[in-house]
Design a protein around this ligand. Structure first.
Ligand code: ASP
Ligand code: MG
Length: 422
């Protein structure tokens, strides 16, 4: 067991620690991480490391590929990109060896990550971590390359951007680790993006559901997929800084003994665009056809709003990632032609602002306060969607930062009071 502050004093623990790109960006950073591992082992803990590619190396490899060719087969892209993490594992092992800590670098394949064949966004099917376990048993620190595996076709695969978080959480689960520590360049998960709201506060504890809603609505770290795995497998996460080493944010079970925050955080996202199909005949099967065709294209549709129909016709609006706008428009236009609907329009200048909090379930009035606050700030609401613990509004993209600020203020999230919590 690791106590809440993450410092183990008496009992031994098995920790999976993941270090993101900035945390291993330079030789100095590598040495500092290695020193931390040495220290944790002196305390009696066993450590399994997962590392990302150094600094912005993944971006550089992607740029290099674009500069070389227009045609970039997925198989070769994955072989290229995964080299970044592989390089980091070897260097990290050298930094550890320098401190007298025996270590062993492992590619995703060597660590036993079996994936499907979807290049650049592979899914983990199974993990056979024998080599990781053997290393731990022999008191060697396994240093596993993040975000990669080997496919059922025996090709190297990349789990996608941010996939190292998923590697770490999945490994923590199969190893039965006491906790999974995700080290990054910020000191935890915040009540809002600190670049937008300087008074944003680090959140001490979050439930899996809150963390999932936050990462689904724009909170960049940890990666959403890793939170999904952690929630499904009940892996306790600790998101913390590799620069200050102070305790960060714990993500775990909802604690019924604690008073829940009504609102824990404000998140925002400007990565989506809105499509509207006007004059849709209001009869069964049309929405099903439209969204089935989008699903067949792997479009990740987010908010969906259908108007009350007037005179037998209605409008349907939905949001999609910017990168999928053109394909989605084409699908909507083709269907509109077939069913005799009106114009298909799109709008890229939208943004979404969301309030997330487990206590919303049982506290009325959150939506009212949110809408009043946006109204008082002169921010017009274009679409609304809710879950049991989240309310999201689509607004003008130009209004997003203001919306985040006024909501953070209105719900007093800078104070660990009734609205916020520590
Ligand atoms: N290096 C990859 C990225 O930046 C994968 C990862 O580290 O999570 O997305
Ligand atoms: Mg990363």
């Amino acid at each position: 067991m690791v106590p809440r502050d993450g410092v183990s004093l008496t009992t031994m623990a098995l920790l999976v620690q993941k270090f993101g790109g900035t945390s291993v960006a330079t030789p100095d950073r590598m040495r500092e991480v290695a020193e931390q591992v040495r220290f944790r082992r002196l305390q009696g803990d066993d450590v399994v490391l997962v590392v990302s590619a150094m600094g912005s190396e993944t971006d550089e490899l992607l740029r290099l590929a674009s500069a070389v060719a227009d045609r970039r087969p997925g198989r070769e892209m994955d072989m290229l990109i995964t080299a970044g993490e592989r390089k980091a594992t070897a260097l990290m092992c050298m930094a550890l060896a320098d401190r007298g800590v025996a270590a062993e670098s492992l590619t995703g394949s060597q660590a036993g990550f079996l994936t499907d064949t979807t290049h650049q966004n592979a899914r983990i099917l199974e993990i056979q971590p024998d080599r990781v376990r053997d290393a731990v048993a022999a008191r060697r620190v396994p240093v596993v390359a993040g975000s990669q595996g080997v496919s059922t076709d025996r090709d190297v695969t990349f789990l996608g951007r941010g996939g190292s978080d998923t590697t770490a959480v999945a490994l923590a689960h199969v190893l039965g680790a006491d906790a999974c520590e995700l080290y990054t360049d910020v000191s935890g998960v915040f009540t809002a993006d600190p670049r937008v709201v300087p008074r944003a506060r680090r959140i001490g504890r979050l439930s899996y559901d809150e963390a999932l809603e936050m990462t689904a609505t724009g909170c960049p770290k940890p990666a959403m997929r890793s939170v999904e795995v952690a929630r499904a497998r009940r892996v306790r996460l600790h998101v913390r800084s590799a620069f200050t080493w102070e305790p960060g944010t714990w993500i775990g079970e909802e604690d019924s003994a604690m008073e829940q925050a009504i609102v824990s955080a404000v998140t925002h996202d400007t990565s989506e665009a809105k499509i509207t199909v006007a004059g849709v005949p209001d009869r069964p099967g049309i929405a099903g056809t439209l969204f089935r065709r989008l699903a067949d294209l792997d479009v990740n549709v987010d908010m969906i709003v259908q108007n009350v129909s007037a005179g037998g016709i209605t409008d349907i609006s939905f949001t999609v990632p910017h990168g999928q706008l053109q394909a989605s428009r084409s699908v909507a236009q083709a269907l509109a032609g077939e069913i005799g609907a009106g114009a298909v329009t799109s709008d890229e200048e939208i943004g979404r602002v969301s309030l997330v909090g487990a206590g919303m379930k049982t506290n009325p009035g959150v939506a009212a306060t949110m809408f009043e606050t946006l109204g008082a700030g002169g921010v017009n609401i274009e679409m609304i969607s809710t879950s049991a613990i989240r309310i999201s509004c689509v607004v003008r993209e130009a209004d997003v930062l203001k919306a985040v600020s006024v909501l953070h203020e209105a719900f007093r999230l800078d104070a660990a009071g009734p609205g916020g919590r520590q």
